[in-house]
Design a protein around this ligand. Structure first.
Ligand SMILES: CCCCCCCCCCC/C=C/C(=O)SCCNC(=O)CCNC(=O)[C@H](O)C(C)(C)COP(=O)(O)OP(=O)(O)OC[C@H]1O[C@@H](n2cnc3c(N)ncnc32)[C@H](O)[C@@H]1OP(=O)(O)O
Length: 364
C-alpha cells in the first residue's frame, strides 16, 4: 500500500472521513456529491459499476459524479477529499462574518447598517439611543437598501433593529424643521416620502423577513403586513397609537390588518391604539412565530441561514404568485393612506400631539 507518505495520506483520509461527520453545517448537495465521488474513487478506484437507469435519479447522479473523475488515481482522490473536508471544517468553525457587501453603496448615515453574509442581506436600524426612531435620512437609506437588496445575490432580506427596540416609528422631530414652503410643503413632501417608502416593501421581489428584536411602534408595525415572515422575541410589543397622535394608519395597514386579523381586532389596534404582546400578535396572524428572548437571536438566525440555502428562484416565484395579484390594490391603498395623512399632519390634533411628545409632557 505504498511508502510512508502514502500511509500518512491514508491516515489523513480516515481522519477526514470521521471529521466530516462532525461538521456543524450541512455542506449542501453539490458538495456532498463531490465528497461521495472522491470517496468512491479513493476507496474503489475509477467507476466500475453499470450506469443506473434513467429513472433512478439519485443513483444516476451519484454514478455520474463518480464516473466524471475518470482515471484520477486513488492517492489524488484521497488528497482532494482530505483538502475538501479540511476546507469545510475551517469554514464551519468560523462562520463567514457578516460583511458590508462590496458592491453596495453604504447608507448615508450610521443609523442604518447593511450587511450581507450566509445568503442573507440584513438591513439593521441602528439608532438604539433613540429606540431606532426613523429619521428622514433613514427613510431614504432604507429605500436605497431595499432597492439594492432586490438585485443582490442574497436569497433572503431581513429588517431588524439594534438595541432593545425594534423601532419606535417615525421620529417625531422630523416634523420640527419646517421647509421654506411651510407646513403645507412639509406635509406634501412627507406624504411623497411615505408613499415611496411603503412602495418599496410592496414591490420587494424576494423573501422579506422581519426579525423583531423588541417593541415596535407606528410605521414599524404597519409595514409588517407587507413582510413574508415576521419573527419576534417574546419581549416585543406592537403598538399603533395613531389616534393618540392625531394621525391615521399607513403602511397599507388599513387594508392588510383587517385582512390578517379581522376588522374588529384591526380596529382595536388602528383606532384605539391597543398595544399587542408578541403572543397576541402571533395569535392574530401578524407575527409568524415568537421565541424566548434568551434564545431569540440564535434560533432565528440559524433558521434563516437554513432557509437561505433553498433555491432562490423558486422562492422568488412563489412570492410572486402569493403577492402579485394584491399589488395593484396595495399601491392604491398606499397612495390613499399617504394623501389622508398629508391632511392629518396639518391638523391641530396632530400638531398638539407631537408638541406634547416633544415637550415630554406625555409618553405613550
Ligand atoms: C419633511 C420630511 C419629514 C419626513 C417624514 C416622513 C413621514 C413618514 C411618516 C410616517 C407615519 C409614521 C407614523 C408613526 O410611526 S406614529 C408613531 C410615532 N412614534 C411614537 O409616537 C413613539 C414616541 N416615543 C415614545 O413613546 C417613547 O419614547 C417609547 C415608548 C418609544 C420609549 O419610551 P422609553 O421611556 O423607554 O424611552 P424614552 O422615551 O426615554 O426614549 C429614549 C430616547 O429616544 C427618543 N425617542 C423615542 N422614540 C422617538 C420617536 N418616535 N421620535 C423621536 N424621538 C424618539 C426619546 O425622545 C428619547 O430621547 P432623549 O433621550 O434624547 O430624551
Amino acid at each position: 500500500v505504498g511508502g510512508p507518505a502514502m500511509q500518512t495520506s491514508q491516515k489523513d483520509f480516515n481522519n477526514a472521513v470521521s471529521q466530516l461527520k462532525l461538521l456543524k453545517e450541512d455542506p449542501g448537495n453539490e458538495v456532498k456529491l463531490k465528497l461521495y465521488a472522491l470517496y468512491k474513487q479513493a476507496t474503489e478506484g475509477p467507476c466500475n459499476v453499470p450506469k443506473p437507469g434513467m429513472l433512478d435519479f439519485i443513483n444516476k447522479t451519484k454514478w455520474d459524479a463518480w464516473n466524471a473523475l475518470g482515471s484520477l488515481s486513488k492517492e489524488a482522490a484521497r488528497q482532494n477529499y482530505v483538502d475538501l473536508v479540511s476546507k469545510l471544517s475551517a469554514s464551519s468553525e468560523s462562520p463567514s462574518p457578516e460583511a458590508p457587501a462590496a458592491d453596495r453603496k453604504q447608507p448615508e448615515s450610521d443609523s442604518l447598517v447593511v450587511t450581507s453574509g450566509d445568503g442573507i442581506t440584513t438591513i439593521r436600524l441602528n439608532r438604539p439611543t433613540k429606540k431606532n426612531a426613523l429619521t428622514t435620512q433613514m427613510y431614504h437609506d432604507i429605500i436605497a437598501a431595499l432597492q439594492a437588496a432586490s438585485k443582490d445575490e442574497s436569497p433572503i432580506t431581513v429588517l431588524t433593529g439594534s438595541g432593545d427596540y425594534f423601532c419606535s416609528g417615525n421620529d417625531l422631530t422630523n416634523f420640527t424643521s419646517l421647509p421654506a414652503g411651510g407646513p403645507e410643503e412639509m406635509a406634501r413632501s412627507s406624504a411623497v416620502l411615505l408613499r415611496d417608502f411603503v412602495n418599496c416593501f410592496i414591490d420587494f421581489p424576494k423573501p422579506l423577513v422581519a426579525v423583531v428584536n423588541g417593541p415596535a411602534v407606528g410605521i414599524s408595525v404597519t409595514i409588517l403586513g407587507l413582510f413574508d415572515v415576521v419573527y419576534a422575541t417574546d419581549r416585543a410589543t406592537f403598538h399603533t397609537p395613531f389616534s393618540h397622535l392625531g394621525q391615521s394608519p399607513e403602511g397599507c395597514s388599513s387594508y392588510t390588518f383587517p385582512k390578517i386579523m379581522g376588522s374588529s381586532k384591526a380596529a382595536e389596534m388602528l383606532l384605539f391604539g391597543k398595544k399587542l404582546t408578541a403572543q397576541e400578535a402571533c395569535a392574530q396572524g401578524l407575527v409568524t412565530e415568537v421565541f424566548p428572548d434568551s434564545t431569540f437571536q440564535k434560533e432565528v438566525w440559524a433558521r434563516l441561514k437554513a432557509y437561505s440555502k433553498l433555491p432562490p428562484n423558486a422562492m422568488r416565484i412563489s412570492k410572486q404568485i402569493i403577492r402579485d395579484r394584491e399589488k395593484e390594490k396595495l399601491h392604491a391603498v398606499n397612495a390613499e393612506e399617504s394623501n389622508v395623512l398629508r391632511e392629518r399632519w396639518l391638523s391641530d390634533e396632530c400638531m398638539n400631539a407631537i408638541a406634547s411628545f416633544l415637550s415630554r409632557k406625555s409618553k405613550l
